[in-house]
Design a binder for this molecule. Structure first.
Ligand SMILES: N[C@@H](CCC(=O)N[C@@H](CS)C(=O)NCC(=O)O)C(=O)O
Length: 406
């Protein structure tokens, strides 16, 4: 029998459980109780939870209430996509953050909520102001964590996010801003793009990321600042790979564009070692971009800078149609990355630059220990951020943006 969940609208405790069920992709039967009709005080409900509070779950004959207990039960009973960490240290930290939240934040939040909704406390009282200060302090500890990672603990959504998400609603009302924090040890660079596709290429899925043929991690796109390109209007592609390249000249990166979306490629944007593109005049070890039309006629575009040995990300510039290049505002693409061993990987997708997400800064340096607060306009979507000077494992990241179209 399907798992059943009893919940009430606007209850952050119930949200925790719904988030866990969704995250674990567990099918469930939803019972939305009406507080106004006192459905949570009915004799049937009180049999499940004598306190008359949501959430409650029923899994076969087993009934559980108290949101944190439910999360714990669900994780033990359905261990796939764990929410209490992958090892004792992660579990300890997740539980620590939850305990801190419950001991120091939740108790104060409930005083403020009481003041606003139930009228049990005077909103202007010293006690409420004091509670607000304490909650602000606790919120900052969570915010500091989120400045360094997309999730409250570690690299994944966990029970800590589910528990603290009630408090984070204020943050979620303004998710058009992102924080980037340089954890050190050196100054770093951040490069922001609109994500084109997050999955790997055709040769890999999430379970095969280590396969030799799985090269592509993500592709992003943006219009570059013309000041960086002598006034030319240039489209930059941000590419991240699953593996490091010893020298970027070991890679040939082709973006085949179907500009009129008729199923036939009409433009080849290529990034490769200059010598391989122009054996007579090209300099070996200099990485460049070039553009070719459907007849094979082409031109050298830009020298690619900014990469380092053993990186796995690159920013590739190509001049657009308004400055004499072949990149239009909208097209279907086939990204093909080929390494020196002749292994190649392919990703296909569609790009529409009218849907570009525009951060107020998309290319900047940031000192160790500093954070940058970046506002984004342009609508909803996902951004790809590349950190070329970071350690290779952490050179790319994605973030969801929700803004009104500007
Ligand atoms: N500690 C409980 C709190 C549950 C709770 O306070 N639920 C509220 C909704 S946010 C409720 O059902 N209130 C109805 C009542 O107490 O009469 C948990 O974590 O599940």
């Amino acid at each position: 029998m399907a798992l059943e969940v009893y919940w009430g609208s606007g209850s952050p405790y119930a949200w925790r459980v719904l988030l866990a069920l969704e995250h674990k992709r567990l099918p469930y039967l939803s019972h939305l109780l009406q507080f106004s009709k006192q459905e949570h005080k009915s004799p049937q409900f009180l049999k499940m939870n004598f306190r008359g509070q949501v959430p409650v779950i029923k899994d076969g004959d087993y009934v559980c209430f108290e949101s944190l207990a439910i999360l714990y039960y669900l994780d033990l009973k359905y261990p796939a996509r764990p929410i209490f960490g992958h090892n004792p240290e992660e579990s300890g930290t997740i539980m620590r953050v939850i305990c801190e939240y419950q001991s120091y934040a939740e108790i104060e939040i409930n005083k403020i909520v009481g003041a606003i909704f139930d009228g049990t406390v005077d909103p202007r009282s010293e006690a409420t102001t004091h509670a607000m200060h304490l909650v602000g302090g606790e919120a900052r500890t969570i915010e500091q964590r989120l400045a360094k990672s997309e999730w409250v603990v570690g690299d994944e959504f966990s029970a800590a996010d589910m528990v603290a998400s009630g408090m984070l609603v204020a943050n979620a009302l303004n998710p058009s801003a992102i924080n980037i924090f340089n954890r050190g040890p050196a100054p770093g660079f951040a490069e922001g793009f609109t994500l084109a596709a997050a999955d790997g290429g055709s040769n890999c899925d999430a379970n095969q990321a280590d396969a030799a043929s799985c090269l592509i991690a993500r592709l992003g796109v943006r219009r570059a600042d013309p000041n960086f390109y002598f006034g030319f209007t240039v489209v930059e592609f941000g590419v991240s790979l699953t593996k490091t390249y010893q020298h970027i000249s070991n890679l040939v990166i082709d973006l085949f564009l179907d500009t009129n979306k008729d199923g036939v490629d009409d433009v080849d944007l290529e990034a490769a070692d200059w010598k391989s593109l122009d054996p007579t005049n090209g300099t070996e070890g200099t990485y460049v971009t070039a553009q070719f039309d459907s007849t094979g006629a082409g031109f050298l575009d830009w020298i690619v800078g900014g990469w380092d040995y053993n990186d796995r990300v690159a920013v590739l510039p190509f001049t657009d149609t308004t400055s004499g290049g072949l990149v239009p505002a909208s097209f279907n693409y086939r990204l093909v990355v080929t390494n020196r061993q002749g292994v190649s990987d392919t990703q296909t997708g569609t790009i529409d630059l009218a849907r570009e997400l525009k951060p107020d800064l998309n290319s900047f340096g940031i000192f160790r220990g500093q954070s940058a607060h970046i506002n984004v306009t342009g609508g909803n979507g996902r951004m790809l951020w590349l950190f070329p000077t970071n350690t290779t494992q952490r050179q790319d990241d994605t973030v969801s943006i929700h803004t009104a179209h500007d």
